[in-house]
Every structure is written in C-alpha cells, then in structure tokens.
Design a protein around this ligand. Structure first.
Ligand code: CTP
Length: 473
C-alpha cells in the first residue's frame, strides 16, 4: 500500500486525531489507517455519513466533531424493554454522547436496526459473521473503539452468557472481547430476576467488575405482574453512562474567590475614536473558565472583546483602564487575582467631547497621560491584597530579562511571561508559549512550558495555583 502524508491538517483536527489515537492506544498513523478503512468498508447505509474526522458540525451533534465526543456502544438485548433503548439513544445524544448500536437477534423482534441506525445516525450492527466488519475483526473493534459499553435491556439470557463467557453471537462476542467498562441495565420478569440462577449470574458479573443500573420495581408488561425487573428509565441510564464518561471533576478551588482581568482596554480620543491593542481576551477567558471548572467563584473583568461570557462566571464588562481598576477594586477581597488584561498604558488627557475635525491647523495635539497600573496598585495594597497575585508580561524582545524586571517592578507573586511578537501569532491566536516566573527564596525561578493551546495554558496555570493553595491552606 502506498504511504500517505497528510499535510495542512488544521490544529483542531490534528488535536482530535491525537486524542482519538491516544484513547485507542494507537499511533496517529494507525488511527488514520483505521479511519480510512472505516470509510472505505463501512459506508453507513442509513443515513449516509461523511468519513469520521471530516464530519461537519451539525446542530444535532453540537459544535464538536463526533470523535471528540465520548462514545458508547449500545447493545440492545431482546426484551420488551428494547423499545426504550430507542429513547435511550436519544437521551445519550442529548448529552453529546456518540452512540453505535448492536442488536441481538431477539432484539430485532422488538425494534429494527433501521430505527436504531436512523436515531444514532450510524450503521447498526447485528451479525457476528458480517464480511465487512470481520475484515477488521469487527466484534473486537466494537468493544474497544468506544469509551463505554451499555447493555440495555440486559436480558437474563444475555447476562447468563456474559457470566459464563459465551461468544456465539455478535453481542456476546463484543462483551467477551471488550476492554472498556460495561454498564448493564437489566430488564426481566421479577421471577426471572429472583431466580437462583440469575442471582448467581448477577453476583458473578459484579465480581467481574460489571456495573449495573436498576432494575427498578414496578408494573411488568405481563398483565397483573409487578416487582423488581423493570429496566431503569432511559434518562437514568444516560445519567449513569455520563458518570462513567465524564466523571465529576475534582474541585480544588472550591470556596476560593478568583478575580481575572482580560482583553484590551479602549481609551477614547473622542466619542468615535479610541486607542486600543490587539489583545483578543482569549487567554484570560480561558483562565476564567478553567478556574470556574476547578470550583472557584470567578469574577472576570473584561475589556471589549468578541467572546461569549464563560458559563458560571460573573463578568463585568468595561471599556477603559480606569473603569477596569474601579471594577477590580470593587471586587475585592479575593483569594487569587490574575491580571491577564493588556491594559493600555496611556490615555488621552484632552479627549474631545465632540468628534475631532480635520482643520488647516494640522493634526490635533493629543496629550497622553499614563493610566493607573492595575496590577501594581493591587499588588501594593496593604489591606485587601489578595494572597496570590499573578501578572502577565507581554514582551516582543528579551522576554525573560524584561519579565524579570517587570516582576520586580510590579510587586506581584508570579508572572506569566509570553512572547507576543507578530511572528508568534499569540495576539489573537489560539496558542501560547509561556514561562512561569515564581520566587524561590531570593531567586526567580523560570519554568518554561511547551507550546500549548490557550485552554491548556489555563488548565496548567489553574492546576499550579490549586497545588499552591493546597500547600498554603
Ligand atoms: N497591567 C495593568 N495595568 C496597566 C498595565 C499593565 O494591570 N496599566 C498589567 C497587565 O495586566 C499584566 C502586567 O501588568 O499583568 C504587565 O503588562 P504588560 O502590558 O506586559 O506590561 P506593562 O506594565 O504595560 O509594561 P510595558 O508596556 O512597558 O511592557
């Protein structure tokens, strides 16, 4: 086979590929081979879907490509509750979970592969000896190219097969060959559930590390029968699946108040003109989102930017450096203050109250005066000085030397230094290369991080803050 070199992948797709490859324990090259093989051999009959990583975002799938979403292989067993599995597909997709369905022969008596396929927007699998899937050891792939296997309904028969290690159809073969967590949603008649054989199988499966949700107590499909055996509701199963896929994150900054400045400031020249800079605010916003995700109570004071407010963060929108200082002071006291804004150093002292007009007298004499230095002001407070004050140093030359000088001048505790020369693309871009300057006794320690996305820089910085806060509290 000819070798393939793929150039000019955009960063997002390259990241997706790396993530997918890491998740599947393959090299990026092998992952690309699998994707190409999937595209060539598994055309989705209903409805047709473009190849995996090239899939365009759609409202249904949300803004992310499908392979950045967590993936569930849903095995639908043959019981009356199988009809609820169709609703489960919807519930999982609502939670931004990608679903691929496998139907046992018995399941197809209750629901069709066509419905499962249409709802999941993926091919539904039914046959162990399907030539197309077995080309790539399909039954093994279905139990591995996912993050979780959900069996709903898990019938008494399917559970017995699992407990015994049978592999005589596609569903049981996937389960036996799986190396991903398995979540069962049992559903059966109460007498079957309570039968000694099922009790033994359940105990065995629990010992094997298989998770279960339900069954619930309630009315059975059979007339006049009630008891424990009803499959858990699709919403319950979807919530249990999500706990596996997106386990609750640790919240190391819970109870901490964090203040962040971001973006540029606009300093008016007259009512229609202003002095500004190229800051996009992305780094500050990413830090706000990461601190919020770490459990902090976050206040973001932002200059004019073209970004959505991060969820769960209190955002105060300002224009000028003086407005920013006023909002920062009004937000104190805080535990941690991070000054990521690119504050304009000067403002126009004689800003026009009306639009300045061109006259024969030549250019208007703009008088610049220095703006308050917000970071230095807060670092030097006697009362209400936040215990941890972090500044940024945006430099275009002599990065570390200039950052060290700034560190001494500003009186903050840490400085995040970055090169913002136009060639780096940092201003307005999505990536950043930063150096964290901290005090180590009388010395300044410099920790240089590799090039990362601004979100990764934010996550790292917040993790570092969390470790420091934990040590000092
Ligand atoms: N900063 C601030 N208020 C100002 C100027 C800067 O709070 N009036 C903060 C920035 O948010 C950043 C740090 O000070 O955390 C350094 O900003 P930077 O623009 O790199 O440096 P300046 O202090 O403006 O110095 P210079 O322009 O000479 O590099």
């Amino acid at each position: 086979m000819a070798s393939l070199t793929i150039r000019k992948l955009d960063d997002a797709i390259r990241d997706e590929l790396r993530l997918r490859a890491a998740r599947n324990g393959r090299s990026v090259e092998d992952e690309v081979r699998v994707i190409l093989r999937e595209a060539a051999h598994y055309p989705s009959p209903i409805p047709a879907t473009p190849p995996a990583v090239l899939q365009a975002p759609s409202a249904d799938r949300g803004p992310r490509a499908i392979h950045s979403l967590p993936r569930v292989t849903l095995i639908i067993g043959g019981g009356i509750a199988a009809y609820k599995a169709l609703d489960l597909i919807r519930r999982l997709k609502e939670r931004q979970i990608h679903v691929r369905c496998v139907l046992t022969r018995a399941a197809q008596q209750f629901v069709t592969p066509l419905s499962a396929s249409a709802l999941s927007n993926e091919r539904a699998y039914t046959d162990l000896f399907d030539a197309a899937s077995e080309f790539d050891a399909g039954h093994i792939r279905l139990g591995r190219d996912c993050d979780l296997i959900v069996v709903a309904p898990a019938t008494a028969d399917l559970m017995a097969k699992m407990a015994q290690g049978h592999a005589d159809d596609l569903a049981s073969a996937i389960l036996l060959a799986a190396n991903r967590p398995i979540l069962l949603a049992p559903a059966m008649n109460p007498l079957m559930w309570n039968n000694a054989a099922t009790r033994r199988n359940v105990a065995q499966l629990e010992r094997d590390g298989i998770a279960m949700i339900g069954p619930n107590a309630g009315e059975m499909a059979e007339a006049n029968e009630a008891g424990v055996g009803r499959m858990a509701e699709p919403t319950e199963i979807a919530a249990a699946a999500e706990k596996f896929l997106r386990p609750p994150q640790p919240r190391p900054l819970a109870g901490k108040r964090v203040l962040i400045t971001a973006g540029p400031t606009h300093e008016p020249i007259d009512p229609v003109r202003y002095i500004a800079n190229r800051s996009s605010g992305k780094q500050g916003f990413a830090i706000a989102a990461a601190a919020q995700a770490a459990g902090a109570d976050v206040i973001l004071v932002s200059g004019p930017v073209d970004l959505d407010d991060p969820a769960g963060v209190t955002v105060k929108h300002v224009e000028s450096a003086r407005d920013m200082l006023a909002q920062v002071e009004a937000s104190l006291p805080v535990d941690i203050a991070i000054f990521a804004a690119a504050v304009a150093d000067w403002r126009v002292d004689n800003a026009g109250e009306q639009k300045l007009k061109k006259t024969s007298a030549g250019m208007p004499p703009l008088q610049l005066v220095e703006n308050p230095d917000i970071l230095a002001t807060i670092s030097k407070l006697r009362e209400k000085r936040p215990p941890l004050v972090i500044g940024f140093a945006a430099e275009t030359e002599h990065l570390i030397d200039n950052a060290k000088a700034k560190f001494a001048r500003k009186g903050c505790d840490w400085i995040v230094a970055n090169d913002v020369s136009p060639a780096t693309g940092v201003m307005g871009g999505d990536r950043n290369t930063v150096h964290l300057l901290t005090r180590d006794g009388g010395e300044i320690a410099v920790d240089s991080w590799p090039v990362m996305s601004k979100e990764q820089v934010a996550t790292e910085l917040v993790a570092r803050i969390a470790r420091t806060v934990e040590k000092t509290s």
